[in-house]
Design a protein around this ligand. Sequence first.
Ligand code: AMP
Length: 301
Amino acid sequence: MSIIVVGSSAFDDIKTPKGSRKKIIGGSCIYFSIAASFKSKTHIVSVVGKDFPKNIFKTLNKKCVSTDGLKIENGKTFSWGGTYDTFSEDPETKFTHLNVFEKFSPDIPASYPQKNAILFLANIDPTLQNQVLSLYPNPRIVGLDTMNFWINSKRKELSKILKRIDILTINELELKLLGRKDSLHDSLKVLIEELQIKFVIVKRGSAGSMLATKKASHWIPGYPFCDVVDPTGAGDSYAGALFSYLDNKKNINEQTMLDAMIYASSLSSFTIENFGIDRLLILKKSDIRKRENELKKIARI
Ligand code: AMP
């Protein structure tokens, strides 16, 4: 049982109402893999520049995250800057420097499982997401996340990959942008009926998350008692937790998805309690379990 994740590895500059940080470690597959490490073995496919600290590889390896597919290339690591004016809105992107991602050619190292792993295409250029799926023709499940940057700049490539996935995790604003409809309902219809995505999970920040399928929709609350410092990485760690939960289940149906969402909400509520990956790195399984039990009571599941 294992997961392969392709996504960004980054330096982030972040400003929130609680403070600011420059050049801290971030990126979709970094958050994803650390969050997934509590339940699964995760294998990263990504790239960094020579400026990326070597100790992060060791930190990831200690958490049983494989980094054979995390290439180091000449040049600078991808970097992103974002500002949150309030915690209830998406960040304003100040800059996105693709750097080494501009020429990145992904591959699946021989040391990674060659079939039947869950494949998660984290937030990254949809062209790379398509390439990785072609390199890995027999995944157990395919999940995908994306963001406004790619929806606006690479819609064609994104539409192509969306037809090939099972589970989409996306936030509410991005869902409307993607579905090109004003209402959540109509946007979901586009994804579920036209693109035939089996499970769509809509992340709604502190308002929880929603599961939509052809037959039904459900809502899971967010953990209400956390002290938000930096929302960055909440979505990626939610996805890491969700897919690690599914990785341990034989059958995936609506109930398993809802249980996985409770676990994902609980785990990702820790990510946002400090800047970057700091809180995730000291998180214990017992902390997650405690919030998971609290959230189950709140959600009455
Ligand atoms: P989220 O979980 O949605 O808050 O994702 C935050 C992470 O996404 C940050 O650590 C950024 O480095 C990364 N990120 C921001 N913009 C992009 C982009 N256009 N492509 C890939 N990763 C990005």
